[in-house]
Structure formats: C-alpha cells, structure tokens
Design a protein around this ligand. Structure first.
Ligand SMILES: Nc1ncnc2c1ncn2[C@@H]1O[C@H](COP(=O)(O)OP(=O)(O)OP(=O)(O)O)[C@@H](O)[C@H]1O
Length: 630
C-alpha cells in the first residue's frame, strides 16, 4: 500500500469518515480539530473524549490509505503519541509521513470540490481562538461572508513571495488580507513558484519552519498590548474558497484548476495606506511611531522589518504640514526558534537615537515576559517553547537595556550581527548568551567533580583532558566560532530538541548543508573546526552575508535575490539563505533555563557599559570630524 496523503478521492472519504460516527448531538469532551497534511490539505475532524492519537491515525489510515506506523501526528513541539486531552477545540494538528518516506515531490492535491467542502461542516471562515482580541476580526469575517454571498470574490495579491489574497465586503472594498500557511514561500502550494519543502521543515529563515509564519503574525498582534505599535487585528482562521492555490506535484507543481479548498491561514485587517516605508522619506516618520514599532521588533526578535513591511498612511495635516501614521505588517518571521541576525530597517533612522519618552519607559517597565508566554501558550497552543524562550530573553534584554539608559538604536545594534573579514560574527546579545551558557557549563563540571570526588581522577592529566574537552576556551566564545554547549548537563536531553533532531536526521540523510538554523549534531559541537569549515562554505552562493550588503533603506534583504527571478519553479534547497546558529536556546535543560536567565542578566551590565562607551566614542569622533570641517 503506497502512502498517498493527498489523493482527492481518498480525501473525500476522509471527510465522510470523520463526520459519520459523530454526526449525532454534541457530547461533553468533544472537540473539533483540523488535521493538516504536510503538503497542505486541511481536514476538519471531530474528536470525542475516547479518541487518542492511534484512533485518529486509524481513521486517517482508512481514509487516506496511509499506514499509521509511517505517519506521526504533531502539535507544535508535541509529537502526539497517545493522549489527546491537551488538544483544545479548533487546534490545527500536522500529520507528517515518517521521515524516510517523506518526499516533497509527492503530488499535492487538497480536499477540493463543492461536495467535499459541504460535507466538511465548518463555515466558510472560522476564527481559531477565543480571545476578546478577535472581536474586530469576527466583525470583518461577517462583512466578508456577506460580500461573498453577494458575489464579491477575493483577489490575489501580486506582491510578496507567499500566496496572499484580499477578501472584500459587499461594496467591493478590501477588508482583510489572508495568507494560507501552505502557500508560504517554499510551502507545497506556493503559487509564485517558491516550492520544494514540506510543512514543518526549515523555511525561508532556517529558524522558522514552513507553515509556521501564520501563528507568528497572530502572536505579534496579541503581544501588541493597547495597540501600542499599531499592528492590525490578526487571527488564525480556517477558510474555504476556490481562489486558493493548490499545486499538482505530478504535473510539475503547476496549479490545479480552481475548486473549493479549505486552508489554515492568517487573516489580517486590511489597512488603507498611501505608501510603504521604502517609498517614502523616513524623516517624516513620527519619533513615537518608530519607537513603538522598534520596541515591538525587539521583543519579538523580528528578522524581517524591511521598509516594505511598514505601511505609511498620510493623515490630514494642519497648515499644510502632512503627518503620517505607520502600520507594521508581516510578522511571520518573528520569534525564531533560535537567535539569528534580526533585521531592523529603523536602526539607522535618526528617530531611533532619540531617548525614550516617559510613556514608552513606563510601557516597557510594565512588560512581563512570563505573563506574555502564558498568554501566548493559552491563545496559540501550537507555539513552540523555543519561540517563547526567544520572547522572554529579548524582553528581559529590552527592559534591562532601557533601565541602563540605552536608546532604541543602541539596543538594535547590540542584537545585530556584524561582518568582519567576510565572516559573520555573533551579536553582542549572542556573546552574552554564549558567556551565560559557559558559566552554567562550568558550574555543572564543578558540581560533577564534587560529586565524583577526586579519587575518580587517577591522574591530573586526565582532569586536564576533560577540561580541554568540555570547556570551550573563552577565546572561542568571543570569536565567531559557533560553539553550542548543548552537551553539558548530563544525559537530560531537552524535549524541545526532539523535533529538531528528527529534522536534522532527515536533512543529514539527504546530504544537505552541514549547518542549519536548528543547530547541529553533537559531533560537530565537539569539533568546532568542522563547523568553521562549513561556515566558510557559506561565503559562496546565496548566503545571508551576501544579502547583508542590501541593508539600506528600501532594500528587502531576505527576498531581493529571489524576487528578481519570478518565473519558473525553484528548488528550495538550492536557494535557502543560510545563517550561522551561534546560540540555541532550545537545548538548555528546563531546570537550567532560569539559571541561564539569571547569569544572562548578571552579564548584561558590562555589555551595556561597553556599548555605551562605543557610542560615546563614535559621537566624539563625529564631533571632531565636524569641527575639522569648519
Ligand atoms: N494589513 C495590510 N493592509 C494592507 N495591505 C497589506 C496588509 N498586509 C499586507 N499588505 C500588502 O500585501 C503585500 C504582501 O503582504 P506581505 O508583505 O505581508 O506578504 P509576504 O508574502 O509575506 O511578503 P514579503 O515576501 O514581502 O515578506 C504587502 O506588500 C502590502 O502591500
């Protein structure tokens, strides 16, 4: 029996199978979930209390002709082995084939056709989540559904690399932009030719998996308390329409004829605007808008704040003076699973060097990263712990930096990597993390030694060898050697790494690049020279180093090289930008995490002092330079 997750005929069966045994009245403990195959098909399915991962997979096996031992059901970090009690109503689950049998060239046909969609009992647009924050989105949904009933169809958005659609109201006005998760760049149903990866594999950014940008867009909105940075209302939805794209893998990944198809998508309010920040003089941007967006970008470690992701709306000015409002969009590449190089377009804008106001300081002071994580876990239960760790770390960093007296530009600089001698170097933030990890590692070696007692070390020389092997030299920490210290801490492997390992195994078995954004296997950790070698390979091809040159206002560093060739289909493996991973947060054991944060905080003061003296030095040099001119 050959696994075929995507045959339309079998999928029709799936919908029927899902609904038939449960079509009676609602019972307590019943939940509806959406199972998405790694090629993008979405199947609505009802669970009752007695269901477990095996029963769900058995139903899928019957319907999709997939042997259950060859597939696994995941939900964020969790691989669902049996118990499904933690799975809430409306959760999107991912069904993946076993790694050895996965192939991104497998045909991708979704459950299409009016008959199938009618049997799937979900409405045309359903908001996934129950937060009060989604009230506005629900109003927009009603307007759109009314528009669709009146024959107003959505329209495709031409810009951007992913599939995106403007949904309209009865008057024909765009009211929302919808981005299906399986149409992201490199996802199986991308309509713009950027295909080649399965859902759950590392994507455009290696630390953001394909299919996982949607919940990040929602996270950015939910974290934007009091609408401080002006992120438009955003929610995850299950949405059904014939405009969506479905590629047919058999047919060279060409789009299929349009039929009704259900998708999981991000849904964001459409905001009328006049420009984006790459087309408009940045000097007119209000200081407070730049500060507020910058504060958000730092908290969420935004790796994609280019000018195109800041919409600009002109406001009616008094006395001919035109004011503008900024609207931050496209937060799909925030909250990566590990630290990498962020991208902050505002970093060299003069507004970012102006000190924070009292209001801004108060807002930052009131931020509570633990509360934020709890809130996100509850609103977006599929969010990965590694992303939450990045949020916690960056929020602490922001709060401490601001308390020290740093301005937005200085904080952004400390988070950004530099290139020296053609090599990418860890940012100041990453160096602090590496130092904090080193302190924990040293502490663990010491406590190990105390426990073992000196008698275990028969000769001094043994001890030296052990130290040599286990403790990375501080010199290495301060240079670009991308050491991971995940092998400290005894046998306790962090559960967060499990899914990463499976991805790594798969990538290794396919002979892909040596390093990926989710970190490398222990062998490489022990032999940093191997890594150095692999890093030097990255100077060739389309590495991020090359894109770095594009960091000037208006450039779109992540995408410009791709956007230039918009025809034909591309292999994702050839074209994905690579980026060194200097710090993995996911590999810190649960019990070490608070200790790590403690050490991290302790080390911040001297890092801030160093940064402050650098800025003062630069200013002095600038002043000297200026006085020489006159
Ligand atoms: N909330 C919004 N209101 C109005 N227009 C929007 C909104 N969000 C996005 N757009 C428009 O749609 C275009 C594509 O959206 P977006 O940048 O989010 O998609 P993307 O595929 O992630 O793009 P990119 O590849 O540039 O990152 C934007 O350039 C912008 O013009």
């Amino acid at each position: 029996m050959s696994p075929n997750l995507d045959s339309p005929v079998q999928t029709q069966m799936a919908v029927a199978v899902f609904n038939s045994p449960l079509s009676g009245g609602k019972l307590a403990g019943r939940r509806r979930v959406f199972v998405q195959t790694e090629t993008g098909c979405v199947l609505g399915m009802e669970l009752d209390r007695s269901d477990n991962a095996h029963t769900v997979k058995r139903r899928l096996q019957l319907a999709l002709n997939v042997p259950t031992e060859e597939s696994s059901l995941t939900f964020g970090d969790m691989v669902l082995k049996n118990d499904l009690s933690s799975i809430r109503n409306d959760s999107p689950l991912l069904l993946t084939r076993s790694l050895l049998h996965r192939s991104s060239s497998t045909p991708c046909l979704s459950p299409t056709g009016r008959e199938v969609q009618q049997r799937d009992q979900s409405g045309p647009i359903e908001v996934l989540g129950h937060s009060k924050c989604f009230t506005r989105t629900k109003q927009l949904v009603k307007e759109i559904v009314k528009g669709m009933k009146n024959g107003v169809d959505p329209i495709s958005v031409h810009g951007g690399l992913g599939g995106a659609y403007y949904f309209r109201n009865s008057k024909g006005d765009s009211v929302a932009i919808v981005k299906p998760t399986d149409e992201e760049p490199f996802a199986p149903n991308n309509p713009k030719g950027f295909v080649g990866k399965a859902l759950g594999q590392p994507g455009l950014k290696r630390s953001v998996r394909v299919g996982e940008t949607g919940f990040r867009e929602v996270a950015a909105y939910l974290l934007d308390y009091d609408h401080f940075a002006n992120v438009p209302p955003t929610a995850l939805v299950k949405i059904t329409h014939s405009i969506f794209n479905v590629n047919n893998g058999v047919n060279g990944n060409k789009p299929c004829n349009k039929k009704l198809v259900g998708k999981i998508a991000s849904f964001q309010q459409f905001i009328q605007h006049d420009f984006d920040a790459s087309d408009y003089g940045t000097s007119s941007f209000p200081v407070s808008a730049v500060h507020r967006i910058g504060i958000l970008d730092i908290r969420i470690f935004n790796t994609d704040r280019h000018g195109g992701n800041l919409l600009v709306r002109k406001l009616d000015g008094v006395g001919g003076f035109r004011q503008v409002e900024l609207i931050p969009i496209d937060h799909g590449l925030c909250l990566p699973e590990s630290l990498e190089d962020p991208y902050f377009e505002w970093i060299h804008w003069p507004q970012a060097s102006i000190p924070f106001t009292e209001d801004e300081l108060e807002y930052i002071e009131n931020l509570d990263p633990i509360k934020d994580s709890k809130m996100l876990r509850s609103e977006l239960p599929m969010i990965r712990e590694a992303c939450l760790r990045v949020l916690v770390l960056c929020t602490i960093f922001l709060k401490e930096a601001v308390a020290f007296g740093l301005c937005l530009a200085e904080i952004g600089e400390m988070m950004s990597r530099e290139f020296r001698g053609g090599e990418e170097e860890p940012s100041e933030l990453e160096v602090v993390c590496i130092e904090a990890k080193k302190l924990i590692a040293e502490r663990e070696v010491l406590s190990h030694r105390t426990e073992a007692g000196d008698e275990e070390f028969q000769f001094d020389i043994d001890r030296e060898e052990l130290e040599f092997e286990l403790i990375p030299k501080s010199h290495d920490l301060l240079t670009k050697s991308p050491c991971h210290f995940g092998f400290f801490g005894g046998s306790g492997r962090c559960p967060l790494s499990k899914l990463e390992e499976s991805i790594e195994e798969e990538e290794d078995s396919r002979g892909e690049e040596v390093e990926n954004g989710f970190g490398g296997p222990p062998l490489r950790e022990k032999f940093p020279n191997v890594l150095k070698l692999s890093m030097s390979f990255k100077d060739t091809g389309l590495g991020e180093k090359n894109q770095k040159h594009l960091k000037f206002p208006g450039a779109k560093p992540e995408h410009s090289y791709l956007a230039s060739s918009s025809s034909g289909y591309r292999s994702a493996n050839e074209q994905l930008p690579t980026s060194a991973c200097f710090v993995k947060l996911a590999d810190v054991d649960e019990e070490d995490w608070s200790l790590f944060l403690e050490k991290f905080q302790e080390l911040l003061y001297s890092a801030f002092a160093k940064r402050k003296s650098l800025t003062l030095g630069q200013r002095q040099r600038q002043r000297l330079g200026t006085s020489c001119q006159f």
